[in-house]
Design a protein around this ligand. Structure first.
Ligand code: C2E
Ligand code: MG
Ligand code: MG
Length: 558
């Protein structure tokens, strides 16, 4: 019975060496009796797991005298690994000392494979390999529980392909399947680690994104997703185009549980379809309004330059000691045909995001330089014009070339141009920034740091940047001298600038008490409504001509 049992029976001495092995076990593992007898039974385990298993077995034998159904693995002589369940029982002498051990192992490799397969069938979609509806619900449930605990938002994106039925009907199911697989691959690559993409069935996919809104801007996320899905897919040597409609619901605002959230994402998806497909809609009205406004700004902005809706305003900057104008800051304006004047704070971020800032920035630079040159040619005393530069512009590999071209085309002297950069622009990639700034500086272009104090600046780096001056951010100037914190910050900036030999200009000076505070601390360069609001070129001519000659100052006296 021992030899013919369909279980792998064996016996060990107190040191764990094999002393008896049944025929079935030898046949199953491919060894002869001579090859295994006398060897430690741990040799049968895969090398990496030997110590752990040994410890587990002996702990159990000592404590309870037996081992029950311990799942582990053995390596056959051929190298093949099998899954087993191990049972063992200690043999003890009259004093209770272990004198040996009898064990039986069952090969459960096939059973385990079947179980894994059943698991896969139950939780994964066989076509795409993505989690199916069951696993999706499970994951969403977990994500909501976590979010509830940590106070996060969870985004649920319901994605439905726009023309899938047509593709399936005209090109056949085989092509349709390939298309679904390809979309699944794209989605899987798109999401972040820890997020889930699942296929609910047909051409319906869902994405669960944890930390939505905090680490992931839902609008930008959906937009990029649409762009990616709209790219042509190569199937059987043929290019297929398909777009998608996306509905978005956000926990906890749009639903507190799996069913409500999924239902609301579905409703939002249908509203995206109604809007003409290839778009996304939020379930919540506020999010939709925000997304729609952004979209309409973006479309409007695309044509604004061609339609001549953009223009520049110029704000004087002056030196208090002479009371004279030292320069003008060019500030872009958008006269929207329906919405009226749109402030740059609303459209510059959109221009940055879409890349429209590149042509827009070039236009601003060109217009400001050519206007400054025209004033100088007309004999008006203008030393310098300042132009704001955005991050994306500055990072353009041909930024320097663009500036040079504009200067050459307009004929403005490089020393008459000042570029205003923000702290984040120069601190983002310090080494590269230093190179670009140096390139600009050796061409004699004036450089300043705008909104100083609002970003993150390393003072060590500041020392190495070839900067001419810093502009104290309006937010610190606003409440001086009343606010002691802001006053202290302004004083600190002034002291630091003095020791680094940087010129300082204060922005947003609106009142006499601010002026006095700054003036007393040797900050003599200022810009603000107290002296002048930004003005269009035509209106500035009068002001500029009043600066001709040595007459009294018109912006500030005494
Ligand atoms: P900024 O460069 O710091 O410009 C100063 C802003 O403060 C201007 O607002 C100006 O009108 C305003 N300002 C000046 N003096 C006072 C004052 O005494 N009180 C108050 N309350 N405000 C004052 P604006 O024109 O709305 O520009 C806002 C921001 O938009 C600018 O901040 C700049 O970052 C950006 N921007 C404007 N034009 C351009 C441009 O051509 N290109 C780029 N990239 N950004 C621009
Ligand atoms: Mg500025
Ligand atoms: Mg500023």
């Amino acid at each position: 019975m021992y030899e013919n049992s369909p279980a792998m029976l064996h016996a060990m001495d107190p040191e764990g060496r094999l002393v008896k092995v049944n025929r079935f076990m030898l046949e199953a593992l491919g060894y002869t009796a001579g090859e295994v007898l006398g060897r430690p039974m741990t040799d049968l385990f895969p090398p990496g797991s030997r110590q752990t298993i040994w410890d587990a077995i002996f702990e159990s034998l000592f404590e309870t005298g037996s081992v029950h159904d311990l799942p582990c693995q053995w390596v056959k002589k051929s190298g093949e690994i099998i899954d087993i369940l191990l049972c063992a029982s200690a043999e003890k002498d009259a004093q209770g000392k272990i004198i040996g051990c009898l064990a039986a192992a069952l090969d459960i490799t096939t059973r385990k494979k079947t179980e894994d397969h059943i698991q896969t069938l139950a939780y994964y979609d066989p076509l795409t390999g993505l989690p199916n509806r069951t696993l999706f619900q499970d994951r969403l449930h977990q994500a909501l529980a976590h979010a509830h605990r940590d106070g996060h938002h969870v985004g649920l994106l319901f994605i439905d392909l726009d023309r899938f039925k047509t593709i399936n009907d005209t090109l056949g199911h085989a092509v349709g399947d390939l298309m679904l697989k390809s979309v699944a691959r794209q989605l899987r690559n798109y999401i972040r680690e820890g997020d889930t993409v699942a296929r609910l069935g047909g051409d319906e996919f869902v994405i669960i994104s944890s930390e939505f809104t905090s680490n992931q801007d839902p609008i930008a996320f959906s937009k990029r997703l649409l762009e990616m899905l709209a790219e042509p897919i190569q199937i059987d040597g043929r290019e297929l185009f398909s777009t998608a409609s996306i509905g978005i619901a956000i926990y906890p605002d749009d639903g507190q549980d799996v069913t409500t959230l999924l239902g609301n994402a579905d409703i939002a998806m249908y509203s995206a379809k109604d809007q003409g497909r290839n778009t996304y809609r939020f379930f919540s009205a506020e999010m939709n309004a925000l997304a729609i406004e952004k979209l309409s700004l973006e479309t409007g902005l695309r044509g604004a330059l061609q339609r001549g809706e953009l223009f520049l305003a110029y704000q004087p900057q002056l030196d208090l000691r002479s009371g004279r104008l030292t320069g003008l800051e060019a500030l872009v304006r958008w006269a929207h045909p329906e919405q009226g004047l749109i402030p740059p704070e609303r459209f510059i971020p959109v221009a940055e995001e879409t890349g429209l800032i590149i042509p827009l920035g070039k236009w601003v630079l060109h217009t400001a330089c050519s206007q400054a040159k025209a004033w100088q040619d007309a004999g008006l005393p203008l030393q310098r014009v300042a132009v704001n530069v955005s991050a994306r512009q500055f990072k353009q590999p041909d930024f320097l070339e663009t500036v040079e071209t504009v200067l050459a085309e307009t004929g403005l002297e490089p020393c008459c141009l000042e570029l205003e950069l923000t702290e984040s622009i120069v601190m983002d990639n310090v080494q590269e920034a230093i190179m670009t700034l140096t390139d600009l500086k050796i061409r004699n272009i004036h450089l300043s740091i705008d909104d100083f104090g609002t970003g993150y600046s390393s003072l060590t780096y500041l020392k190495h940047f070839p900067i001419d001056r810093i502009k104290i951010a309006q937010e610190f100037v606003r409440d001086i001298p009343k606010d002691p914190d802001d006053s202290a910050i302004v004083e600190a900036i002034l002291a630091m600038a003095a020791s680094l030999n940087l010129e300082v200009i204060a922005e947003g000076v609106e009142r006499r008490d601010q002026l006095r505070f700054l003036h007393q601390r040797q900050c003599n360069h200022m810009q603000g409504f107290y002296f002048s609001r930004p003005m269009i070129a035509k209106d500035l001519v009068t002001l500029l001509s009043r600066h001709l000659g040595e007459g009294p100052c018109c912006l500030y006296e005494g």
